[in-house]
Structure formats: C-alpha cells, structure tokens
Design a protein around this ligand. Structure first.
Ligand SMILES: [Zn+2]
Length: 257
C-alpha cells in the first residue's frame, strides 16, 4: 500500500493538509496518518506522552492504518539491527506482530476510551459505608525501556454515593496499566480514574511489581520488587483507615497464596 492510499482511507483528519504542508520542505507530501494525528495534538496542546490516553484523537478504522504504518517503521528498525526479516523464517512477520502487539495489547490503554463504568446509587440510609479493597492483577510496561512491569494493585475505597461493579476496578486499573508508564505515575493514574468513576475522595492504591528493566538488563536483579502507595482523603489523614487498608492487603495476600 502506498503512503498516499493511507491518507485517502482517513480523509477526515483536519490536520492532514497542515501536517503535509508542514513537511513540504522534503519536496513531497508526507502522507502518514500518524503525522497528521501528531500535528493535531501539537496544535491543540494535547500531551501525548507514553502514559497518556489519546483515544479522542483516533477515529474508527485509524488503528488499522496506524498498525500498517508501525509495521513499516518496525521493518526499518529490524533493517537497522541487520536482521534479515525477509528470509529468516522467525523474523518474517515480526514487524507486523510488534505493531499489532503495541496497538492492541501492551499499549492499548493509550488508544482505547475509558472502560464503561456504569455506577449505581449507594442508598443514603441503607448504603454501604465500609471500606472496599479490590486486588487487581496488572501487566504494564516501563516507558524507559519498554520492558514488562508485572504485579498487582490493591485499590481501597470508602464508598461515596455511587458504586461501580467490582470488575470495573480491575478494568480501570488495567486500562491505566496498558501504556508506557512509571509505577509511580501508574499509581496516581489509577487513584485519579477510580475517584472519577466513583465520586469518592477517599482512595488508596498500593502497587507491588517486578520490572523487566531491572531483571533482564541493567542491574539484572531477579528478585527486585517495587512498592508504591497513593493515599487520599481519610486514608491519608486517619491512621485507623490507613491501618485497615494495609491489614486488608495482608489478608488478601494470605488468601492469594
Ligand atoms: Zn525501565
């Protein structure tokens, strides 16, 4: 597929003409959809760091085009690494597998809108007023090295006037995790999104995870474990609430093994 065909497939990106003109110093019009989307985000001051969700800049069908563009780019990387991806049977198709994996799996939380977290009223008189602690398995990736971050998040909340389904906590946590992140950033992101979905100002998030960038390279520390905690509201100001949260985590960890 020629690059110009790609643009015809996505003519609705208003920034495309500008993006193309912006690069006319090359003597021809660049026609990558990624260039057009990046141009739009820059023009509107939208941050697009590895941990940011940019789903509002993608239209239906864009992902397929972007995967084709990323495939070409990954082929270029393999070429530069001097890997014969045309003849090595194990490297044929690797560029496409990488492109699909980034868009559909390990970074899918950047390109997909927030999971639908319909909330239900927590009745004022008869409502649940206790603490809720949910254990969520996480798979993420560090934005420094694109190495896996594997661990678990414990999400604590004191219910406000809305409740969300139990699986939604994990869906939100995984949506935040499926990006390039730092664990500290991920902890903040999960706390913010859970607060937004539930209306609660009393949120705690504790993550423990191993980092591929410390295990597979660099320091090569096989048993390294990183712990991060974000506490808001009563979890921060009330020692009993904080203690109950960490006691709950110990109970959960006893149950999980
Ligand atoms: Zn790293």
């Amino acid at each position: 597929m020629s690059e110009n065909t790609l643009v015809k497939e996505a003519p609705y990106h208003p920034g495309y003409e500008d993006a193309a003109m912006n690069m006319s110093d090359k003597g021809y019009k660049e026609a990558n959809l990624a260039d057009a989307i990046r141009f739009n985000m820059r023009r509107e001051g939208k941050r697009f760091w590895a941990g940011d969700n940019i789903s509002e800049y993608l239209h239906e069908g864009d992902k397929e085009i972007l995967i084709k563009e990323a495939t070409k780019a990954f082929e270029g990387v393999l070429d530069t690494l001097l890997i014969d991806h045309e003849n090595d049977p194990n490297s044929q198709g690797t560029a496409k597998r990488l492109a699909k994996m980034y868009y559909n799996e390990i970074m899918s939380g950047r390109y997909e809108a927030a999971p639908d977290a319909t909330s239900f009223p927590n009745e004022v008189d008869d409502g649940y007023k206790g603490m809720l602690v949910v254990r969520s398995e996480l798979r993420s990736m560090c934005s420094h090295h694109h190495q896996p971050v594997v661990g678990v998040a414990y999400i604590g909340i004191i219910a406000a006037d809305r409740l969300i389904g139990l699986s939604k906590y994990t869906r939100i946590a995984q949506w935040c995790a499926r990006r390039g992140t730092l664990q500290e950033e991920l902890c903040n992101d999960i706390a913010r999104e859970i607060s937004e979905a539930t209306g609660s100002k009393n949120i705690a998030v504790y993550i423990q995870a191993t980092h591929g960038c410390c295990e597979n390279r660099g320091i090569m520390a096989g048993s390294s474990l990183t712990q991060t905690t974000v506490l808001t509201g009563a979890f921060q100001t009330d020692m009993n609430t904080k203690k109950e949260f960490f006691d709950n985590i110990k109970l959960q960890q006893g149950y999980a093994k």
